[in-house]
Structures are given as structure tokens and as C-alpha cells.
Design a protein around this ligand. Structure first.
Ligand code: A2R
Length: 317
């Protein structure tokens, strides 16, 4: 199969490419911005074929899709960082929404018929009431950030293009996921990197943290990419599925687990700059619908994920 991954140089894209390469019998193609950092895919560079394409550029999109004519498209390219979306809402909305419209319109124009995965997010649910947990796909969407709004739009566009034109889209709403290569702006990676810097004597034994009371539902990125692949093989076109563990963990507990995996004594200080203008306190997803459709279950223990994340930073700091 010809697999196209947009955003292949990102955190999830690099793991998804590894997944398909390991599965064999696949040709893996990636769309990448010419200025993108290629560190995440440097080790598989000779096994994948890269095309330069800014997804906001409809012409570039057409060039890439007509050259590849993929059987499967995993559309991961996005402005993916929630806090950044308050600073640059225009950029977030145009990349995430117009980028996807360019993808869909090009598919229609070329009359190709790939299966298309659209990567949504638990941030689409936004404000969640305590009696709505664990969150099902039918929950109201009340996004609390420009990023969340952009992902709602991506989600509904995928539904609309399925209904209006029969594009074979499958949507997922992934809850938090982490693991090696997670960018340091994300909480797990940020904590892990600070701990490793303290281990190596590169910073004073003080960790700076944001809101430790938020509860999140974490999965390992390697389980999540397996879920994305399954979503296209076994999911129903036009449908939406949560990808979640179904269990919540307080950020404070996550921090304690990371510290326990290290051998350092440290002090924890709250940094108001790390708080969001509006935060979602509780996000726990129900994976039932996806599990019923595909049989997927998370396989990697969270402790293993955190250990691998610390080791990732130990190799880099
Ligand atoms: O910004 P860069 O140079 O790191 O490239 C990112 C790429 N990207 C784009 N590619 C083409 N045209 C654009 N205009 C454009 N803007 C960004 O998307 C990067 O390679 C990728 C996103 O990777 P990450 O930021 O590491 O996100 P992650 O965690 O892999 O998330 C994948 C998907 C996203 O749609 C999230 O919103 C969703 O899963 O949760």
C-alpha cells in the first residue's frame, strides 16, 4: 500500500511511519515543510519518500497527491500546540482548517479514492461536566482554545466531505499521548527534560510547573499510532472514535511518577506563566466505541512510557 503521512516529521508522524515500515509491504511517503526539523525521522530517512508541501499551499498539495496517488492518507500536519494557539489563533486556524480543505479539494479534483484519517483531539470536548465522564463521542463539543476550535472544524469538515462527496474519512479524537520525541513544550516531555537536566547538573534542583490539578487520560504514542492504522482498516467511513485509555491521572501524580523514576532530590515551584487562559480540568475519554469497532487496547504501561521518555532526554541533554 502507498501510505501518505502529512506532518511526518512531527511526534506522531514519525512513530506512525515506523509502524508502517515495521509492518512491511508498505511504501511510506511523507509531506513535510521545507524548513521543518527532520531530527525525528533522520533514522528512517532512507526508507521513506519525502515531498515538500506546506498544506496551506493548494498547488503544492496537488503536486504531491498527483505524484503519489496514495491508498491511505494520515493527515497529521497541524499547528498542534494548544498554548501557542492563543498567541497565534489566525495561524492555527488557517493551517489546521484550510490545510485540510486543500487536502480534500485536491482529492476530489484528482478523483482519487484513498482512505483518509483525520487526527482530531480531546481538546474538541473542552469544557466537560463531572457527570459527563468518561467522555463519549456523543458529548457536546465546547472547545476552550483556538486549537480546540480548529480541531472541531477539521472534524466536521471530514464528516461533511464524507456526506457530501463520499470521501472515505475516519475521524479520531485522541486524548493525551506521549512518549519518546514528544516536543518539550508538552507537559510530560517538559517535566522529563527538566528532571534530566537536574540529573546532569545542568540546572538547579528546582522544577517549574503549571497546573498540577488537571486530570488527563494518557496513552503511549506507539499505542496511538496502532489505533490510527486500525481506524482506517476497521473503522466505519464518516465515523468518529475516541482514542483513550479510559483512565485519568492527575498531572501531580504524573510528576511524582517521573521524579520516582529518577534519582534526584528536587523542589517544585509553580510558574504562573505556565497556566492557560482557560483550562480543561478533567479529560477522561471512553474508548468503548473504538474498542468495539477494532478490538484495540493500549498495550504499553504508563510507567514504561515515562521511563522511555526520560531515556530519550538522557540521550539528548
Ligand atoms: O511545524 P513543523 O515544521 O514542526 O511541521 C509540523 C507539521 N506542520 C505542517 N506541515 C505542512 N504544512 C504546514 N503548514 C504545517 N504546519 C505544521 O505538522 C509537524 O511536522 C507536524 C505536526 O507535528 P507535531 O507538532 O509534533 O504534532 P503531533 O503531536 O505529531 O500531532 C499530530 C496530529 C496533529 O494534527 C495534532 O493536532 C493531533 O495529531 O493531535
Amino acid at each position: 500500500m502507498k501510505i501518505l503521512i502529512t506532518g511526518i516529521s512531527g511526534f506522531v508522524g514519525s512513530h506512525l511511519a515506523e509502524y508502517f515500515l515495521a509492518a512491511g509491504k508498505n511504501e511510506v511517503f511523507g509531506a513535510i515543510k521545507w524548513r521543518s526539523n527532520r531530527e525525528n525521522i533522520i533514522h528512517i530517512q532512507d526508507k521513506i519518500k519525502l515531498y515538500e508541501c506546506d498544506i496551506k499551499d493548494a498547488f503544492a498539495m496537488k503536486t504531491v497527491l498527483s505524484a503519489i496517488r496514495p491508498d491511505r492518507i494520515f493527515h497529521l500536519a497541524a499547528q498542534s500546540y494548544v498554548p501557542f494557539s492563543w498567541r497565534v489563533p489566525q495561524e492555527t486556524l488557517s493551517t489546521n482548517i484550510i490545510g485540510e480543505v486543500n487536502l480534500f479539494e485536491t482529492i476530489r479534483e484528482l478523483k482519487i479514492d484513498p482512505l483518509i484519517h483525520i487526527a482530531g483531539s480531546s481538546e474538541e470536548y473542552g469544557l466537560v461536566l463531572p457527570d459527563e465522564l468518561p467522555i463519549k463521542e456523543s458529548n457536546p463539543l465546547r472547545p476552550l482554545s483556538p486549537y480546540g476550535v480548529s480541531k472541531v472544524a477539521q472534524d466536521f469538515l471530514a464528516y461533511q466531505y464524507f456526506k457530501s462527496y463520499g470521501l472515505k474519512t475516519v475521524r479520531t479524537r485522541a486524548f493525551n499521548h506521549t512518549g519518546p520525541r514528544r516536543a518539550e513544550v508538552f507537559v510530560t516531555s517538559n517535566f522529563a527534560k527538566q528532571i534530566v537536566e537536574i540529573e546532569k547538573g545542568k540546572r538547579k534542583p528546582v522544577m517549574y510547573v503549571g497546573n498540577l490539578n488537571a486530570v488527563r487520560d494518557f496513552s503511549d504514542v506507539r499505542d496511538v499510532v496502532r489505533a490510527y492504522a486500525l481506524a482506517l482498516e476497521k473503522g466505519t467511513h464518516g465515523e468518529v472514535y475516541n482514542i483513550a485509555s479510559g483512565k485519568g491521572i492527575k498531572i501531580k501524580e504524573l510528576l511524582d511518577k517521573l521524579v520516582a523514576l529518577s534519582n534526584v532530590d528536587l523542589k517544585i515551584e509553580q510558574d504562573k506563566g505556565r497556566f492557560r487562559p482557560s483550562d480543561v480540568e478533567l479529560l477522561i475519554g471512553s474508548p468503548d466505541k473504538f474498542q468495539k469497532a477494532t478490538g484495540w487496547k493500549p498495550e504499553i504501561l504508563f510507567e514504561q512510557t515515562l521511563k522511555d521518555l526520560l531515556d530519550y532526554w538522557r540521550e539528548r541533554v
